[in-house]
Every structure is written in structure tokens, then in C-alpha cells.
Design a protein around this ligand. Structure first.
Ligand code: 3HC
Ligand code: NAI
Length: 699
């Protein structure tokens, strides 16, 4: 079936696109549109409507064609043809007109959209800029400031807001095709004027001499180290100071530069990685899903409350179980506080916040969980307690209910053994704050059924999480890797660095926060308590946690006690370097016979990131993660790893696996092979001269 069809509806030619799932501008689609526009120039039509079948208007250029040999017509070439049409073309928009999709609509002479539609230029999220005239046409229609805001954030806007800023001409209701045909008749009645955006002058009113410098400075703060936002400013400056055609040339040059950048390759990798991570290797596509209509949550603490919010936000009622009424009330109060904050930020109306909370029923009686389709346990991180809870669930829950644990470290197989239905038991590891963080690690027990796995993946999408599958091991994918990263942060401290230096290096690398600031935020007691349950051997070398333990013993638990690796201003909560911490570090170094000396920023960065990467390779070779891109998803969406570096495994490839391997071997010789044993898979790939992507596609 052809992806483009053309037919006359009276005196209007209708170009209809049908390229599922999102009408991306593939080569076939571009060719089809070119042919249809050419055909329409010589027929009886007086105007043309460009409309899409399926769930959306064109969602952009076809990202899977990026990096391959270009095929004509190029998108800019096609848009020239559309704009040069002798008959007015009206874009009829539904769903999302994004990137090249919106640029196609902007090359048309008129645009109408359903009120439910959204439009945007999200290229910046792929490390790109609009490369088909978007940077030149948007400022002509909407002005310089609105263009900069739209294109540098990449956030789509509603049709109503697009109408307000002049990006579209009309918001319509009902059947889109008939509304677009009516609009086309109006345009014909008014003389079928060809409104070409290229002919509009950019309005320079209100653009002061230092406007662009100020805007760049604001972007530098907001998008630290990212190249595309700065290049977008350059394009829009060109729109103001040069002709349309010269501006297009600037845009093309900078678009090509972005396309060839490592940052864009990393962000495009994550785009597909995010979509791939919900696919389970070997799972039949037609696996029947269970219905999740009612959810039970056990434990209304830090995690349970946030998890509950995810479900009620998706309109799924929740029964929240606590040990007593007091604990239940505390949990409900925290949820209410979180909703109040969301309302205050203007992200939710008071009515909706009330409606959502009304979907939460509290209980202290396990019998109230009998009818739940899914129960998620989020009680204390203690195996014995969790086993008791699961045995109880086994006795009250209906057959077929999914029984999940939010455990961070405990063995999901052992938890499953405390029930008579291990096939229904799974790990659903949310991240804190659970109502905000995108990642959901789905932990597959040895006996977890395919149906439970598939349902959990689908459920993740329903509650707008990004899932990644892990097998059972201590800490699963994310926390197991984090342990090695934290180990290196602690060793660097002991051997000569400071919390400020380590956090600065990692923040400059692009991490949302440095590891010691994160330690203070999460609480130094969390790691201490986790270690309490471990044997000395499991705890590892004392040098990798002695400073944390010393701070814990001083009552410095982090932000919650006003001091940890830093001191915190009581009013502003701002963190301040604390000389006492340096004394603690020096005392511990002395006690452990470690001679402190300066560590360069480069070494700090390599030690922390290579510790992550090496463990990532071990996780892959053991089959804990399905694919290396899933590890990248875990780190980008759960641990604040800079998306523009593509995740730790992609980052390793950009450095070169050989260099990573050699450095790890060197670290082994310098800092001890107990800490630094290169993963067998890394060694193997280097020996075979293969990349991770080559290995992933064959495994
Ligand atoms: N190119 C190729 N494939 C695309 C695509 C694109 N632009 N957009 C989506 N897809 C694919 C996805 O990979 C996915 O494939 P899969 O089913 O094999 O996993 C499928 O379409 C469905 O995508 P989603 O799962 O994301 O579907 P949703 O309904 O959740 O979301 C969407 C739809 C909002 C359109 C979302 O897919 C999206 O944001 N797409 C990217 C939009 C974008 O970035 N456009 C700009 C592209 S760059 C550009 O246009 C450059 C130009 O300026 C020259
Ligand atoms: P928390 O201490 O804040 O809350 C636990 C709640 O469980 C308490 O309110 C307690 O009253 C309740 N509880 C304890 N035993 C119970 C029982 N038998 N029946 C019913 N309720 C019971 O703990 P938090 O931080 O919410 O952690 C819960 C789980 O989530 C743990 O397994 C933890 O490892 C995991 N987790 C925690 C994260 C975090 O950052 N806090 C992140 C990801 C997972």
C-alpha cells in the first residue's frame, strides 16, 4: 500500500499520508508528497489539504535514516517544492506535529489543527536543531523570543497556544478533514492567496543589543555543556540579521554540525534505547496481559506514598496498607503534602488533586487486599519482614494477582519462595521520589512468568515510567553499579580529594548532582543500615566506607541533620564546605595507613566513571541486563547520568573500549587489583576489536 494518496474532493486536492506508526518523513513519504504536489499543479484543484491518517500528523524526520546516505528529495528540498506550489496548501494537524512535521506545516501556506493537537520542535532533545527551515520560519510567525523558547526547550505547545503566538491560523473541532475542507473553501473565497512564511519580515521590536548574550547566558545555566541550544541561538540571530535564504544556509551548516556531534549521537542512541528497553527478548508478542484495575501498596513511607501517586494519577484506585492507623495517617499526610506542592507549582488543579487522593483507601487489614490485581510491597528493607509480608499476601490475595516487591537489594527469588506462587512474584523497583523519577527497574525472578513480566512492562507505560529489565543480583543493575561508583568516590576522598572537588568534577561532567551531595540528600544512614545486614566480606574493603561510617557515628546523616559531607545553612539549605569533614577524612586516612596526595580532576573522573562502566560490563556478561542500552536507560533515567553522554556504556564506546580497558588495567596496578579487575567481556571485545553495539546485535 502506498504511503501517500492523492484525490480530488470537489475542487480541493487532498494529499493523505499513511506511514504508521507516526508518519515519520521517510524517503518513501517524501517522494510520495513530492509526486502528489506535482500532480496537483496540473489538475482541477484550487487548493490542497495535507492530512495524515493514523494517530498523528507527521512526528518528524525519520530518525532511523540519520547517519545514512541522504536520498532525494531531501526534506528542505521537498519543503521548497511545497512552498512554491501555485495553489495554496493547508496543513490539517491532529496528534503531534513535531520537528520536520511542524516544519512541513510551516512550509504550507495555511495551518489548521484540532484543539487536542500539539506542535513543537523537539530536535534539541536529540542534540539537533530544526534543519528544515524551523529556525527561520518560527521567528517570522511568532517573534524572536517565542521562537527561542519553543526551539531551545523542545517542549511542544497546545494548538490553542500555537494559535495565540501565530504558528497556526485556525483551531477546529469535529472531523478534521471536513473542517480543513471548509477552511480551504474560505481561503479560495478570499482569492486563494499564497501566504509564504519566507516573505514575512522578522519583527525586531523589543530585541535589545544584549538580548542574545543574555539569552545565551540563561541557556548556559539551564543546559550546561550542551551544544545544540547555543547553535539554535545562532540560527535565530541569523533569521533577524540576514535574508531568509542566507538564514537557511546558516541553519543547514549548523544542523550538519549537530548531526555529526557525539552529543547528538548519544541522545539519538537514548531515544531508541528508551523505546527498546520495554521489549523483552524471547517473549512472544501475543503474550496475554493481566488486567490491572486495583492496586494494593504495603507501606506508606517514602516510597509507598510516591508509588501510590503514580497509580491514582493514572486513575487506578489504590488500597494503602500500614502497620497501624498512626502510620497510615502519616503516609496520607505525606501524599497530601506532595499534591499540595504540585498544585502550588501550577501543575495540577486543586479539584484534580482532591479527586486523585479520593482514589486512595487506607487500611490496616490484609483482607482488604483480597481483590487486588497487583500488590506492591514497600516496607522496611529487611528480608525477614518482606518474607512475612509475602507469606501473608499469599494467604489473602486472589489467584493470579501479581505480587511485587520494591526492594532495593533483597533477593527476589528468596522473597518468591515464601509464597506458593513464585510465578506471580516480581521486583518493581521504583526510584525516589517515586512520583517523579522516570525509571522503573523490573526484576525478573527465576520463576516469574512471562505473563507477569509482559503485564509489568505494559503497566510501566500506563503509569508513564520507563522500564528496564534486570535479573536478580545484589542491587540489580542500578544500585550494583552505583556501589562501585560510590566506592571510588570514598577512596578518592581518603587518598587526597575533598567532597567539593569530587562533586565539582562529576557535575562538570554533567551529572545532575555529585556523589557526595547525593549521599547527603539520600541520607548517610541509608548506606550504613544496608551495610549492617552484610558480612565483612560482603561489605568489601573498609577503606571504601570508613569515612561514611565515621560521619554516621558523629550523627552527621546528611541534609536531614543539617550536616554530612557538607554543612547546610539552616535557612537557605545551601551546602557549605566544612573543615571538620576534612579532619574526619585525614584521621581515617591516618588510621588506615593511607598517605594523602592531590588527585587530578581527570583521574577523579576516570576512576568514578570507569568503575561504573566496568561493573556494567560484568552485568552484561552475567546476563543480568538484556542489552547494554538498557544499562544506559537505567543510568540516564534513574541516576542523573547526563543524557548527552548517552549513558555509561555508550560513553565507554565514545572513549574507545581499548582505552577504557588499558586504564582499568593501569588502575589495577596503581590502586589494587581487588578494586580493579577488568570485566571478562570488556577484555574479550578489546581482543576481538569489536564494539559493544556489534556484540549486542549478535547476542
Ligand atoms: N523517526 C523514526 N521513528 C520514530 C520517530 C521518528 N521521528 N518517532 C517515533 N518513532 C518510532 C519509535 O521508535 C517507535 O518505534 P517502535 O514501535 O519500533 O519502538 C514508534 O515510532 C512509536 O513511538 P513511541 O513509542 O514514542 O510512541 P508514542 O505514541 O509514545 O509517542 C511521539 C509518539 C510523541 C511522536 C514520539 O514518538 C516522539 O516524540 N517522537 C520523536 C519526535 C521527534 O523527535 N521529532 C523530531 C525528529 S528530528 C527532525 O525532525 C529533524 C528535522 O528538523 C530535519
Ligand atoms: P520507609 O521507612 O520510609 O517506609 C517503610 C514503611 O513501611 C513505614 O511507613 C512502615 O510503617 C511500613 N511498614 C513496615 N513494616 C510493615 C508491614 N509489615 N506492613 C505494613 N507496613 C509496614 O522506607 P522506604 O524508604 O519507603 O523504603 C521502602 C522500600 O523501598 C525498601 O525496601 C527500600 O529499600 C525500597 N526503596 C527505597 C528507596 C529510597 O530512596 N527510600 C528507593 C528505592 C527503593
Amino acid at each position: 500500500m502506498s504511503v501517500v494518496s492523492y484525490q480530488l474532493e470537489g475542487d480541493i486536492g487532498v494529499i493523505s499520508l499513511n506511514n504508521p506508526p507516526v508518519n515519520a518523513l521517510s524517503h518513501a513519504l517524501r517522494l510520495g508528497i513530492q509526486d502528489a504536489v506535482a500532480q496537483a499543479q496540473n489538475d482541477a484543484s484550487l487548493a490542497l489539504v495535507l492530512i495524515c491518517q493514523g494517530r498523528t500528523f507527521i512526528a518528524g524526520a525519520d530518525i532511523s535514516e540519520f547517519g545514512k546516505a541522504p536520498m532525494l528529495p531531501s526534506l528542505p528540498g521537498l519543503l521548497d517544492i511545497i512552498e512554491a506550489s501555485t495553489k495554496p496548501i493547508i496543513a490539517a494537524i491532529h496528534g503531534t506535529a513535531l520537528g520536520g512535521g511542524l516544519e512541513t506545516a510551516l512550509a504550507c501556506h495555511y495551518r489548521c489543527a484540532l484543539s487536542s493537537a500539539k506542535v513543537g520542535l523537539p530536535e534539541v532533545k536529540l542534540g539537533l536543531l530544526p534543519g528544515a527551515g524551523g529556525t527561520q520560519r518560527v521567528p517570522r510567525l511568532a517573534g524572536v523570543k517565542a521562537a527561542l523558547d519553543l526551539i531551545t526547550t523542545g517542549t511542544p505547545i497546545t494548538a490553542v497556544n500555537a494559535l495565540k503566538i501565530g504558528l497556526i491560523d485556525k483551531v477546529v473541532k469535529g472531523d478534521l478533514l471536513s473542517a480543513a475542507l471548509d477552511f480551504a473553501q474560505d481561503i479560495i473565497a478570499q482569492g486563494a492567496v499564497l501566504k509564504r512564511v519566507r516573505d514575512i519580515a522578522v519583527d525586531n521590536e523589543g530585541i535589545s543589543a544584549d538580548f542574545f548574550a543574555e539569552y545565551r547566558a540563561h541557556l548556559n545555566k539551564r543546559f550546561r555543556q550542551q551544544e545544540a541550544p547555543q547553535r539554535i541561538v545562532e540560527c535565530i540571530e541569523a533569521a533577524l540579521s540576514q535574508s531568509f535564504d542566507e538564514g537557511l544556509k546558516v541553519e543547514r551548516r549548523l544542523f550538519v554540525e549537530c548531526m555529526q556531534s557525539t552529543q547528538s549521537a548519544a541522545l539519538r542512541h537514548l531515544f531508541f534505547a528508551e523505546r527498546m528497553s520495554s521489549k523483552i527478548k524471547g517473549l512472544p508478542k501475543d503474550t496475554q496481559l493481566k488486567d490491572i484495575k486495583r492496586v494494593g501498596i504495603i507501606g506508606g513511607g517514602t516510597m509507598g506514598g510516591g508509588i501510590a501517586m503514580n497509580f491514582v494519577n493514572a486513575n487506578i484506585p489504590v488500597t494503602l496498607l500500614e502497620i497501624n492507623h498512626e502510620a497510615l495517617q502519616r503516609g496520607k499526610d505525606i501524599i497530601a503534602k506532595n499534591y499540595a506542592m504540585t498544585v502550588k507549582k501550577g501543575k495540577l488543579t486543586t479539584e484534580l488533586a482532591v479527586e486523585r487522593q479520593a482514589l486512595i483507601t487506607g487500611t490496616t487489614d490484609y483482607n482488604d487486599l483480597a481483590d487486588m490485581d497487583l500488590v506492591i510491597e514497600a516496607v522496611f528493607e529487611n528480608l525477614a519482614i518482606k518474607k512475612q509480608v509475602f507469606a501473608k499476601l499469599d494467604s489473602v490475595c486472589k489467584p493470579g494477582a501479581i505480587l511485587a516487591s520494591n526492594t532495593s537489594y533483597q533477593d527476589v527469588n528468596l522473597i518468591a519462595e515464601s509464597t506458593s506462587r513464585p510465578q506471580d512474584v516480581i521486583g518493581l523497583h521504583f526510584f525516589s521520589p517515586a512520583n517523579v523519577m522516570k525509571l522503573l527497574e523490573i526484576v525478573r525472578g527465576d520463576k516469574t512468568s512471562e505473563q507477569v513480566l509482559a503485564t509489568s512492562m505494559a503497566m510501566a507505560k500506563t503509569i508513564k515510567k520507563i522500564p528496564a529489565l534486570s535479573r536478580v543480583c545484589y542491587g540489580f543493575i542500578g544500585n550494583r553499579m552505583l556501589r562501585q561508583y560510590a566506592r571510588e568516590a570514598q577512596l578518592c576522598l581518603l587518598e587526597g580529594s575533598s567532597p567539593e572537588a569530587i562533586d565539582r568534577v562529576m557535575q562538570n561532567f554533567g551529572m545532575a548532582m555529585g556523589p557526595l551531595a547525593v549521599g547527603d540528600l539520600a541520607g548517610i544512614d541509608i548506606g550504613y543500615k544496608a551495610r549492617e545486614g552484610l558480612t565483612d566480606e560482603e561489605k568489601g574493603d573498609v577503606r571504601s566506607y570508613c569515612i561514611a561510617d565515621a560521619l554516621y557515628e558523629m550523627g552527621r546523616l546528611g541534609q536531614k541533620t543539617g550536616a554530612g559531607y557538607y554543612r547546610y545553612d539552616a535557612e537557605t539549605r545551601q551546602r557549605i564546605a566544612d573543615p571538620i569533614v576534612l579532619e574526619v577524612i585525614e584521621a581515617q586516612a591516618k588510621k588506615r595507613g593511607v598517605e594523602r596526595k592531590a588527585i587530578s580532576d581527570e583521574t577523579i573522573l576516570a576512576r568514578l566513571t570507569f568503575a561504573l562502566i566496568n561493573e556494567g560490563f560484568k552485568i552484561l556478561e552475567e546476563g543480568i541486563a538484556q542489552r547494554s542500552s538498557d544499562i544506559d536507560v537505567v543510568y540516564a533515567f534513574g541516576y542523573g547520568f547526563p543524557a548527552f553522554r548517552g549513558g555509561p556504556m555508550f560513553y565507554a564506546e565514545t572513549i574507545g573500549l581499548e582505552k577504557v580497558y588499558q586504564t582499568i588495567c593501569q588502575f589495577g596496578a596503581t590502586y589494587g587489583e581487588d578494586f580493579w579487575q577488568p570485566a571478562a567481556l570488556l577484555k574479550q571485545l578489546v581482543a576481538e576489536g569489536k564494539t559493544l553495539s556489534e556484540w549486542s546485535s549478535n547476542s
